[in-house]
Design a protein around this ligand. Structure first.
Ligand SMILES: Cc1cc2nc3c(=O)[nH]c(=O)nc-3n(C[C@H](O)[C@H](O)[C@H](O)COP(=O)(O)OP(=O)(O)OC[C@H]3O[C@@H](n4cnc5c(N)ncnc54)[C@H](O)[C@@H]3O)c2cc1C
Length: 305
């Protein structure tokens, strides 16, 4: 482990957009696939669980934190470049640690169309692939050519068709749920040239739609629940009378601005307060509509039960 610094007892609240959660027992930010491999080897020798963290914008980290090694894929792995192909398309290569919004703005600067939706999503490029992030009719799977990934043994380049993309899911999410290793290192996306003014106008239009409809000034992890087939989660929550609802004065609240978001007012709620509210909302919506909401926000660490 010559050159990689592994920190101990690192508070994770600052690495989560919910602004809560306990510490990581160990924490490291690798710069490349070799370092990722070394960290996994070290964790194996130490008999530690590993969690791969991006920008923490879709995670609720337990108050106890994570009793293992958190590998954060961040700015050390945020390369960004582009290359024109013979057929006039452009391949944009992005490191997994690059902010996904920066990928979107870079494409816009190059007059490439298709990635405008990415500009307002606060995750990393790796997290965007894992979740198949999308908004306003676009999703990253529409653009991906291939994803590079460390599978615990070697670096693999996986073509889009094998990435098992679906609504907020991917091969990488499935492998993770099966306890298998799949660290996303970066992706190649294919984009077409478009009209710069139209691209700029669309980015601005989506920014305005987001700022007017979402509570962006309060900590959250975006949409709490996935969209159930044939419904909108926010509407079901509103119909259950829960828009603006809080169980207590912990700070955890269903946003009064957008019922699809659970927010952490003042960053003062614990993860357990937020989890309790999410469970309550899910139960009430089920009682009211018969629809069982599936959580989009991922729970990290121990929440009991
Ligand atoms: C205000 C706000 C608005 C949002 N709007 C949207 C939206 O419009 N559309 C949308 O889809 N999402 C939205 N989100 C949710 C979130 O930004 C996305 O899900 C994003 O893709 C998560 O990326 P991340 O890097 O933050 O992932 P994290 O939260 O760090 O991690 C999420 C999951 O991905 C895994 N992961 C992350 N990076 C890697 C990697 N390199 N290799 C392997 N696994 C990895 C983690 O292990 C974890 O299981 C929003 C969130 C907020 C706070």
């Amino acid at each position: 482990m010559a050159d990689i610094s592994i920190l101990e007892n690192v508070p994770l609240a600052g690495y989560s957009t919910f602004r809560c959660g306990g510490p990581a027992r160990y924490f490291a930010e690798p710069s490349n696939a070799d370092e990722v491999a070394s960290l996994f080897k070290w964790a194996g020798e130490m008999n530690l669980d590993v969690f791969v963290l991006g920008n923490g914008s879709n995670c609720l980290i337990s108050d106890e934190g994570f009793n293992g090694l958190v590998i954060r894929i961040g700015r050390n792995m945020s390369d960004l470049s582009s290359e024109e192909t013979d057929d006039g398309k452009v391949i944009v290569s992005a490191g997994a640690g690059l902010p996904f919004a920066r990928f979107g703005s870079y494409c816009a600067e190059l007059s490439l169309t298709g990635a405008e939706f990415a500009c307002g999503i606060p995750g990393s490029c790796g997290g965007a692939v894992f979740m198949n992030a999308g908004a306003y009719g676009g999703q990253i799977s529409d653009l991906i050519k291939s994803v590079s990934c460390w599978d615990g043994t070697a670096v693999q380049n996986i073509d889009n068709g094998l990435c098992e993309f679906g609504y907020r899911k991917s091969l990488f999410e499935r492998l993770d749920s099966e306890g298998k290793t799949a660290v996303i290192l970066g992706f190649e996306a294919v984009l077409s040239k478009g009209n710069k003014d139209e691209i700029t106008a669309l980015v601005e239009d989506l920014r305005v739609r987001r700022t007017t409809s979402q509570p962006l000034d309060v900590p959250s992890a975006g949409s709490t629940f996935k969209r159930p087939e044939g419904y909108f989660a926010a509407r079901l929550i509103e119909e259950a009378g829960l828009k603006g609802f809080a169980l207590d004065d912990s700070g955890a609240q269903v946003s009064p601005k957008h019922a699809g978001f659970v927010v952490n007012n003042g960053g003062r709620a614990n993860a357990s307060d937020i989890k309790r509210l999410m469970d309550y909302v899910s139960d009430k919506v089920f009682e009211n509509s018969g629809v069982r909401l599936e959580r989009e926000v991922r729970l990290i660490g121990n929440f009991g039960g």
